[in-house]
Design a binder for this molecule. Sequence first.
Ligand SMILES: Nc1ncnc2c1ncn2[C@@H]1O[C@H](COP(=O)(O)OP(=O)(O)OP(=O)(O)O)[C@@H](O)[C@H]1O
Ligand SMILES: [Mg+2]
Length: 259
Amino acid sequence: MSGELSVEALTAGYHDTPVIKALSLPALSPGEVISLVGPNAAGKSTLLRALAGLLPATGRLRLGGQDLLAMGIAARASLVTYMPQALPQGVGLSVLETLMSALEVAALDLSEKARIARAVGVLERLGVAQLAMRRLDELSGGQRQLAALAQALVRTPRVLLLDEPTSALDLHYQLRVLDLARETAREQGMIVMIVLHDLQAAARVSDRVAVLSQGAIDAFGAPEDAITPEVLARVYHVSARVERCARGRLQVIVDDVLR
Ligand SMILES: Nc1ncnc2c1ncn2[C@@H]1O[C@H](COP(=O)(O)OP(=O)(O)OP(=O)(O)O)[C@@H](O)[C@H]1O
Ligand SMILES: [Mg+2]
């Protein structure tokens, strides 16, 4: 199907040591949200960096008919945006200025007025319009994470890769950000891949969940198929139950740590 992201036998790592080993995924469709979960050091950030072209990779990586691995950096960056796990450095620019420069990098054919409207629109939808004129280096950790998210969202790429985008956020903004990621995926036909440690949040936001363990996919599918007591025991070494709450949402209840 046009616009699908296909990942086949992707291998990537550091200094000739592969972290992601010949990893393949079923085709990912435009408008779809995929959560990437798994233990520390499983290779989640490495996979996202490899998908974004920030690490050399071998294998096959195609978006629609286009070969991403053969593409130049600028062309690829206009299709795929990566929001890193680390909070952005506090530069002396206002939040709005950082969004304007993100739009410039994305080389979208928009007038300045249209760029400002788009930047302010994203801040409003994230619930942080009041931060527009604040300097990044004067923000709290959570506010800086929201500003980084706004920088990623404003570019409206075809593939959006978010590495633990809610790690610094309070409960309200965690849910707000995840809901907005889902809405944006649907509205723009964007493929959104989100690294999360919170499995309940992953089940809530995503159409499908990929469980990564030691650089390989351990489980992939609808949340209820990928997040199971067996997978949790095997991958996280915990004894857990997966139940549905009164509203039907998946709940993970951990009983014991398996040693
Ligand atoms: N810049 C680097 N140079 C060398 N090795 C690295 C580098 N970054 C990560 N690694 C190694 O690659 C492996 C996977 O790391 P990665 O950051 O992808 O894990 P992760 O799944 O994102 O973990 P976390 O949940 O802790 O963020 C780890 O063994 C890590 O030590
Ligand atoms: Mg990581």
